[in-house]
Design a protein around this ligand. Sequence first.
Ligand SMILES: NC(=O)c1ccc[n+]([C@@H]2O[C@H](COP(=O)([O-])OP(=O)(O)OC[C@H]3O[C@@H](n4cnc5c(N)ncnc54)[C@H](O)[C@@H]3O)[C@@H](O)[C@H]2O)c1
Length: 356
Amino acid sequence: MSRKHRLAVIGTGGISRYHMSGWLKSGLGRLVAACDIQPANLEGFCKEFGVAPEHAYSDAREMLRRERPQVVSICAWAQHHASLVVAACKAGVKGILCEKPVAYSTAEAEAMRRAAEKSGAKLMITHQRRYGRRITRAKQLIAKGAIGDVHTLIARGGGGLTNTHTHFIDMMRYVLGDPKAEWVLAQVERTTNRWERCHVVEDCLAALIGFEGGVRGLVDSDTPLDGAAKGGLWVYGTKGAIDLFGGPLLMSASTGGKWKPIEARREVDPPIEYVRGLIRWMEGGPEPPISIGKALGTHEIIMGIYESARTRRLVRLPVRNRRRILDQMIADGTLPLRKRKPYDIRTPAALKAGYR
Ligand SMILES: NC(=O)c1ccc[n+]([C@@H]2O[C@H](COP(=O)([O-])OP(=O)(O)OC[C@H]3O[C@@H](n4cnc5c(N)ncnc54)[C@H](O)[C@@H]3O)[C@@H](O)[C@H]2O)c1
């Protein structure tokens, strides 16, 4: 675990700094090159992390071919995750940290998994909340029956299904011990021309997930937050409840019916954990909690939500539709616009400049 691996970063915006903190603090990466399609972002990153201009690229394939990195952090927008992961695998990269969400379609997600399997690369999707010690303690308490039999989870928040709710759905699965999701029933609205990091996104949606064993997950995304409707993630059982975002907190007979913090000995720094987890896995260690295999379960539910909205039916998982289902609904007129002017909730300048 001591060797520094030749590292390249693809996508040099906000989250790339988080990855870099993990690589630098763990001492496991030596940054040799960086790539971005937006010159200003690339230049800023290269100055900050000491990448010489001859190792700065606008084309990821060229960078992979010339620099031959052993590990890459893929911090580009999700519409490029699949093609970048496949390119990295083909270029012989052995360890890949790719940002969430996995991708916008099952065809892309499967291509990522297949490429990694074929080349032997270890591929992780950074749903980093699985590393939280207090969240993991909450998961252990649930497994020990601290809130009885879990029957309902509720996730509520804004920012888009594939952005915010990929974390929430992944956490639902994590604290339940990654059960199989059997079906999804959902409704999606997109009447304004809303985008998120230069890709289309819905205005709002609500979805019900049927997990095996009869547990229900409710996803309440971007609906109006007013009155008592606060964002968060809650787990309800027959004998109590856990508020995963408010601490997390536990309420049961053991806490006298009051919300009490769930303690853990020491919180960890997720990027250090996932960098170490990747290198350990590359060296023959255990599969980490955020491997592509784990993330595909979350991806499947997300695709189910869009497919249920498209077909107006309860959809049994896995979904057969392999396309970008939200894009498909927009293209076929299922989601007609009332306001045509495009706007991006995360990268307005990049959308305006025509980046996709
Ligand atoms: N895990 C988390 O908690 C978390 C937090 C924030 C963002 N993210 C995810 O990270 C990804 C990036 O988000 P961000 O906030 O850093 O966005 P950002 O816009 O700040 O940065 C992304 C950068 O990638 C570049 N890029 C896009 N396509 C590219 C390509 N094909 N090749 C090279 N560069 C490319 C863009 O030009 C941009 O500079 C998204 O998938 C996002 O959902 C995850």
